[in-house]
Design a protein around this ligand. Structure first.
Ligand SMILES: NC(=O)c1ccc[n+]([C@@H]2O[C@H](COP(=O)([O-])OP(=O)(O)OC[C@H]3O[C@@H](n4cnc5c(N)ncnc54)[C@H](OP(=O)(O)O)[C@@H]3O)[C@@H](O)[C@H]2O)c1
Length: 385
């Protein structure tokens, strides 16, 4: 039995991870679960999986959580300290990081230093501190197993191949709910429309990131670190059906891809059971039924976040952390109805333009830049609305 801890177990990826664990009956023991404030879901998960620890970021809700528990042997911890403690438990072999946002950086690094393999959904960790995370993973002989479907596809298409043979990778993007919208209409879209993703059912923040194309931008930076590539080796193509999850082109012009119906349980399972492949009860892809696979260039003039991510990644240093932090603030302001959809890229650009980059930053300098960017984005965001 592999012992695992799941950070962000109450979210979209976290809940699907537990469904996979449940379906793989007896292969995993869940040692720890965590939530920000979703106590209803966390209580159900604790009662069912009986972990040794659970973490609630919002400590004012601990009593309410305890009241909902029928299983009361789980020790309840709080805050970032709690996340770090469960990420580094002696018994844990694999940490699933499915929290949203840069809050994932410190627990991931702590787990790497404690020698745990990481199944990583939390792309913001690599965007913010990719150089440090990958360096420490190498030094500690730790595997970073990508859960993000595009990176999981690339990871699969690289198995058994010589990395020196890679020419480039191609990340596919669904194009989100506004793929074909006009510029006029984009300026008036509502939060509900932006949350209505055509193919994937995901948490709120990543769904908005998909609509702005920032999600693809974050994934470009994530791919750079995961697969040790130059930005010139990473292309993006819009593929509205989300059947091809990404591709690797080799130097001889052969292209290998991973295909399937859009279901996050497939990459989650592969990351959990790697290098084994287990059966499951998911649906097979029927290509004749899909009929058509189409491809388009991303509309970068209407959705500039993709270019901003390439720009931040190529500039390097603290700039990707600033891009990410400004985006987190901008998305939460949009979700709260305080700024328009088209203000998201404007806000990010303003913050990036004002940032004085620190090259080869330490973790403290990255965290300082992240904090600065959040304050700056709040300030600029108030001017926008
Ligand atoms: N969803 C997908 O299909 C998908 C696909 C690929 C990659 N990803 C990546 O996976 C990560 C998670 O995405 P998601 O869609 O699962 O997000 P989500 O549904 O919003 O869930 C996020 C999880 O993190 C917890 N959380 C939120 N803020 C926190 C904080 N400040 N401190 C500690 N925990 C916090 C949430 O707790 P509460 O429930 O209490 O709020 C929840 O458990 C993101 O980085 C995303 O980009 C997601």
């Amino acid at each position: 039995m592999k012992k695992i801890a799941i950070l962000g177990s109450t979210g979209s990826i976290g809940q699907q991870t537990l469904e996979v664990v449940d379906e793989l009956n007896c292969e995993f023991k869940v040692m720890a679960l965590t939530a920000n404030s979703s106590i209803e879901i966390l209580a159900e998960q604790i009662n069912k999986f009986k972990p040794k620890y659970a973490v609630l970021m919002n400590d004012s809700l601990v009593n309410e959580l305890k009241y909902k528990l029928s299983y009361n042997k789980t020790q309840i911890l709080t805050g970032l300290e709690g996340l770090i403690k469960v990420a580094t438990l002696d018994e844990v072999e694999l940490l699933v990081n499915a929290v949203v946002g840069a809050i994932g950086v410190k627990p991931t690094l702590a787990a790497i230093r404690a020698g745990k393999d990481i199944a990583l959904a939390n792309k913001e960790t690599l965007v913010t501190a990719g150089a440090i995370v990958m360096r420490e993973a190498k030094e500690n002989d730790v595997r970073i197993l990508p859960i993000d479907s595009e990176h999981n596809a690339i990871f699969q298409a690289l198995q058994g191949e010589d990395r020196a043979g890679v020419k480039k990778i191609i990340l596919t993007a669904s194009g989100g709910p506004f793929r074909t919208i006009s510029a006029d209409k984009l300026s008036e879209v509502s939060v509900e429309e932006a949350l209505n993703h055509p193919n994937w059912d995901m948490g709120g923040k990543i769904t908005i990131d998909s609509a702005t194309l920032m999600n693809k931008g974050l994934e470009v930076i994530e791919a750079k670190w995961l697969f040790d590539l130059d930005y010139e080796q990473i292309d993006v193509v819009v593929h509205p059906q989300s059947i091809i999850h990404s591709l690797v082109e080799y130097k001889d012009h052969s292209i290998l891809a991973e295909l399937g119906l859009p279901d996050m349980k497939v990459p989650i399972q592969y990351a959990l059971t790697y290098p084994q492949r287990n059966t499951n009860n998911l649906e097979s892809l029927n290509l004749a039924k899909v009929g058509e696979l189409t491809f388009e260039e991303p509309r970068k003039e209407l959705f500039p976040c993709l270019d901003y991510a390439y720009e931040a990644g190529k500039r390097g240093g603290t700039m990707p952390a600033v891009l990410n932090a400004a985006n987190e603030v901008a998305v939460s302001k949009f979700l709260a109805g305080k700024i328009k959809f088209i203000d998201i890229p404007k806000l990010i650009k303003m913050v990036m333009s004002a940032h004085e980059v620190v090259d080869d930053p330490t973790l403290d300098q990255i965290i300082e830049a992240d904090t600065w960017a959040r304050v700056e984005a709040q300030k600029e965001g108030e001017k926008v609305c």
